[in-house]
Write a protein that binds this ligand. Structure first.
Ligand SMILES: Nc1nc2c(c(=O)[nH]1)N[C@H]1C(S)=C(S)[C@@H](COP(=O)(O)O)O[C@H]1N2
Ligand SMILES: [Mo]
Length: 201
């Protein structure tokens, strides 16, 4: 009996370790809120999501149009640079493959901009191929304002500061342009498996 118990603990411990990037811990049922400023509250009637390039607006969806786009459900592990990770978080939303399908051929980078002024930059190729979404549903419920509702970017393979809450605009750029935390010393890329926490890591 004791042997079986030890064996079971050993296996589940190994499984958890394999899912934890270096320097991270499993936060369990908690879901910390990390916001650089107050929570903006944009009602659906005044909400839109736009795709821009340097010449101006390329696409725009109001709330109803966004909700009518092809939707996906996903279950992913998320990793915050402040060292908590959360396993098996369930979201629903629209793939960036859908939102960026008309991207101009010169586009290489994306600057995501949010209500409240937050920005973050990402390579375009890491937002396509089924790796990024704009989500509006968390665990079957409308995404709470403090976690980015009505809709946030979700890029689970990068540290969570890249997942802009309250996202409103995706700007396609031929060059890279650092966002809010990237300007204040966070790593430009932010891969948790390479522990790209701060510039210079
Ligand atoms: N608009 C906006 N998005 C943001 C932030 C923010 O301050 N403003 N914080 C980022 C950081 S540092 C993290 S860790 C996650 C936190 O998401 P959560 O509050 O849902 O846990 O949101 C990211 N997206
Ligand atoms: Mo963060």
């Amino acid at each position: 009996m004791a042997v079986l118990t030890r064996g079971f603990r050993g296996r589940s411990q190994d499984r958890g370790d394999q899912r934890l990037p270096p320097g991270q811990y499993d936060v369990g049922d908690g879901f910390p809120v990390l916001s650089a400023g107050p929570t903006p509250r944009t009602p659906p009637a005044r909400w839109d999501l736009t795709v821009h390039d340097q010449t101006g607006e390329l696409r725009r969806w109001n709330w109803e149009e966004f909700r009518a786009l092809p939707r996906e459900a996903l279950s992913v592990d998320i990793h915050c640079v402040t060292t908590w990770s959360k396993f098996d978080t369930r979201w629903e939303g629209v793939s960036l493959d859908t939102l960026l399908q008309d991207a101009p051929a010169t586009a290489r980078h994306v600057l995501a901009s949010s209500d409240g002024g937050y920005t973050t930059n990402l390579p375009l190729e890491e937002l396509t191929g089924g790796r990024a979404w704009v989500v509006d549903t968390y665990e079957g419920q409308p995404l709470a304002p403090e976690h980015g509702g009505p809709a946030r970017l979700l890029v689970p393979h990068l540290y969570l500061w890249k997942s802009a809450k309250w996202v409103r605009r995706l700007t396609l750029l031929p060059h890279d342009e650092p966002g809010f935390w990237e300007t204040f010393g966070y790593h430009n890329h932010g891969d948790p498996w390479r522990e790209e926490r701060y510039s210079g890591d």
